[in-house]
Write a protein of this length. Structure first.
Length: 271
């Protein structure tokens, strides 16, 4: 049996999403009348800075986001949208969300806008914290999208991580809440070191974290891959393109246990 894990294989030949229908445009006009700003995409970057990632890797990951946001390919993807603007925000998380890392909503329509947003991220200190709570990150990001002042054709959470959920609520209800809100959850699975949970992290993300129409997970195996991978992932999320699917044969085709991280925590089975 094959497990369909979406891996990035390149962007060539991928078309832009079709224009919205008349019904969609009527909805946008109605929302605009209420004072909300139309954008092509509402995008939250939720970046893992848990203690399992050393400071050097954390800095490389941060640099990858900064490079991607300033890259011409990202700017071109923004300008290629129906409106030509996106709303974007950023925060870092571990066992909980690091509120001091949050860069609130910016509208990006130009290289200068993107550079200003990247500069605000760069001004935050790079720190790591204990624990991995993907559920807290998804819940926080969903709240940011649901309460912002924008109406996007697509609403996306881009969540990175180097391990399974092991703190806070279970991850599935948080993922499902986001999807019910019309949000697409995409994953960046950082597989630089073994997770020690007996399953590949991209499989865990595929089964337990990502969701919504066209959702995908992209694995990163080497620190030097961060820059290109993050840039291509952002281009896909902004443009609406999707990576082609490459079926991956697996030894155990059964679904991943989405509580696998919690079950490694001392005292879990004593409840």
């Amino acid at each position: 049996m094959l497990a369909g894990i979406a891996l990035l294989m390149g962007l060539s030949g991928q078309g832009l999403p079709s224009a919205p229908s008349t019904t969609d445009m009527t909805h946008i006009t109605t929302i605009a009348a209420l004072g909300r700003r139309d954008v092509d995409v509402e995008l939250v970057l939720a970046v893992d800075m848990s203690g399992s990632m050393d400071l050097e890797e954390a800095r490389i990951q941060r640099a990858g986001y900064l490079e991607a946001l300033r890259h011409k390919a990202f700017i071109d993807a923004v300008r290629g949208g129906l409106i030509g603007e996106i709303a974007i925000s950023y925060f870092e998380w571990a066992g909980s969300v690091n509120e001091s890392s949050r860069v609130d909503w910016h509208v990006i329509a130009s290289a200068a806008d993107a550079a200003a947003f990247a500069d605000e991220i760069a001004a935050r200190p790079v720190t790591t914290r204990r624990g991995t709570s993907i559920s807290n990150a998804l819940t926080y990001a969903t709240g940011m999208i649901d309460t912002n002042a924008f109406t996007g054709q697509r609403r996306v959470i881009d969540v990175s991580g180097d391990g399974p959920n092991n703190l806070g609520p279970p991850v599935l209800p948080a993922r499902d809440m986001a999807v019910r809100s019309g949000i697409i959850v995409n994953g960046l699975a950082i597989i630089i070191r073994p997770t020690g949970v007996g399953v590949r992290l991209d499989r865990y993300y595929n089964d337990c974290v990502i969701g919504g129409l066209g959702a995908f997970v992209l694995p990163i195996h080497n620190p030097e891959d961060f820059g290109v991978a993050i840039r291509q992932k952002l281009v896909m999320e902004v443009s609406g393109r999707q990576p082609p699917l490459r079926p991956i044969p697996v030894a155990n085709p059964s679904a991943v246990d989405c509580l696998i991280g919690e079950k490694l925590r001392p005292g879990f089975f004593d409840r």
